[in-house]
Design a protein around this ligand. Structure first.
Ligand SMILES: Nc1ncnc2c1ncn2[C@@H]1O[C@H](COP(=O)(O)OP(=O)(O)O)[C@@H](O)[C@H]1O
Ligand SMILES: [Mg+2]
Length: 458
């Protein structure tokens, strides 16, 4: 028996004894114990007290001991469950409950039309039904490049089965578009797929209730259940392979602070993300936004099933294709344009539109190093600027004045940042994608520099 089967057997035995199925805490205690975890670790994973885990455990061992006629404890649980497979206790559980089924292919309590009753044997089990709510997912327009990034995300999500993946980058760089393309490609690998935008920063309880409502569609409603909570949600993520996409997660974080600090009212999201990272389940949460939660590493973690992809601009071929759509690719300065705007498709499209609207000769009649800043680009940069802490703004003002990139020693010399803060400020501006790093030298991209210079002059 594998872990899920053992849990199902335990559930049947408990039901036969008490007429109640395992509650979430009991299930988590059993799961943790079968995985060899101590109470302290189980309590930590569940974010609850060790004493409540201990009490739930004692009660469970009592029920199981009474049902099986032998002493069951956390130290012998695994071997007792292992022995059950060959004993006729399975028949006992089956006879008592009448619904015993250890076939893990068929979802428990499934509402699939015409699905076999649990005791029927089918040579070809039906694949689980698929549920998708992509009503909040934007439609995909033109899509160029991103082969490498899609490959990385496929690998992390499908092969390596990462539980928490973050996709970050500056506004307009193409995060949402890339994620839409990804979801289109991989959605059939999941039983449940949902796309939610956190643009309005919904209260956690509302968000959680909506998500549970969606994820519980194949389950028979449990009328005895108390109000849905995070462990209910984790249970769905464990029982089904789900892909949950949360766009605009930066709305959960505070403005005026280094990136990725939860607002006091969104702390519960942190606790959910932590559980999704740490507890065993088969689902994936994809977070998209300007900022990532602080606790997530850059790239792929070596020790945990979590990773972050910081999205850069489109490559040369993709930019050329994009500009071709505006009749631009043959212009001499398209490559310069790409560098100025860091291959940011939103900026490139907006500038191309402005040039077409004003006059194609617009760039020819302006001084050579002019960087166009259409109002939409300014608005987008302003929104990101307003989120910065004072200390980050000071560093950006300094870098905007410099003609060359500067190293850390030079930054320290300026006295605008204390030695203790230097590492943090540079690290978090880097995470926002607002400063560029080449070897150990830092600078601003031309478009950001132009914008910050403009602020300094006003
Ligand atoms: N790979 C791409 N190919 C073509 N256009 C793109 C691509 N990625 C983004 N865009 C365009 O750039 C703009 C910004 O993209 P979006 O995904 O909304 O950025 P973000 O979510 O990072 O703010 C949109 O108009 C989008 O259509
Ligand atoms: Mg977006």
């Amino acid at each position: 028996m594998n872990l899920e089967e053992m849990l199902q057997v335990a559930d049947e035995i408990v039901f036969a004894q008490t007429e109640h199925h395992l509650d979430d805490l009991q299930e988590a205690v059993l799961r943790g114990t079968l995985q060899g975890n101590i109470y302290k670790k189980i309590a930590k994973d569940l974010d609850c007290s060790e004493s409540s885990v201990r009490n739930a455990g004692s009660e469970l061992w009592r029920i199981l001991s009474a049902a099986l006629g032998e002493e069951v404890s956390k130290t012998n649980l695994r071997s007792v469950m292992g022995r059950l497979q060959t004993s006729n206790i399975l028949n006992f559980a089956h006879n008592v409950s009448g619904s015993f089924n250890i076939c893990s292919e068929t979802p428990q309590n499934s509402t699939i039309p015409n699905s076999p009753t649990p005791t029927e044997q089918t040579p070809h089990p039906q694949p689980p039904p698929k549920y998708q709510d992509l009503s909040q997912m934007p439609e995909l327009g033109d899509f160029y490049g991103r082969t490498q990034e899609l490959e990385t995300l496929h690998n992390w999500i499908l092969q390596q089965r990462c539980r928490l993946v973050a996709l970050t980058g500056v506004s307009g760089i193409g995060k949402t578009t890339l994620a839409v393309q990804l979801v289109q490609q991989i959605k059939d690998e999941f039983e449940y797929v949902i796309w939610c935008s956190l643009e309005t920063s919904p209260p956690f309880s509302e968000f959680q209730a909506e998500l549970i409502k969606f994820l519980s569609q194949s389950e028979t409603p449990d009328l005895s259940a108390t109000s849905p909570n995070t462990s209910t949600l984790i249970k769905y993520l464990r029982n089904h392979r789900c892909l949950v996409v949360l766009d605009n997660v930066h709305r959960l974080f505070s403005s005026g602070e280094l990136a990725g600090k939860y607002k006091p009212e969104t702390e519960e999201y942190r606790s959910l993300f932590k559980q999704i990272e740490q507890l065993s389940h088969q689902s994936c949460l994809l977070l998209i936004g300007w900022e990532q939660p602080r606790e997530l590493p850059q790239g792929k973690s070596q020790t945990a099933p979590i990773c972050t992809l910081q999205l850069g601009g489109l490559d040369r071929t993709a930019v050329r294709e994009l500009l071709t759509a505006y009749g631009w690719a043959e212009m001499d300065n398209w490559a310069t344009l790409m560098d100025c705007y860091q291959g940011n498709p939103f900026c490139l499209k907006t500038v191309a539109t402005q040039i077409l609207e004003v006059a194609e000769g617009l760039t020819d009649c302006l001084p050579e190093d002019t960087i166009l800043l259409p109002e939409e680009v300014k608005d987008s940069l302003q929104q990101q600027w307003e989120r910065l802490s004072e200390i980050e703004k000071n560093l950006m003002f300094f870098l905007a004045k410099e003609n060359q990139s500067v190293n850390l020693a030079k930054l320290l010399e300026t006295g605008i940042i204390s030695p203790a803060d230097l590492g943090n400020v540079v690290q978090y501006l880097g995470r926002r994608g607002l400063i560029e790093k080449r070897e150990s030298f830092y600078s601003l991209s031309p478009v950001i520099k132009q914008y910050v210079k403009g602020l300094a002059e006003n």
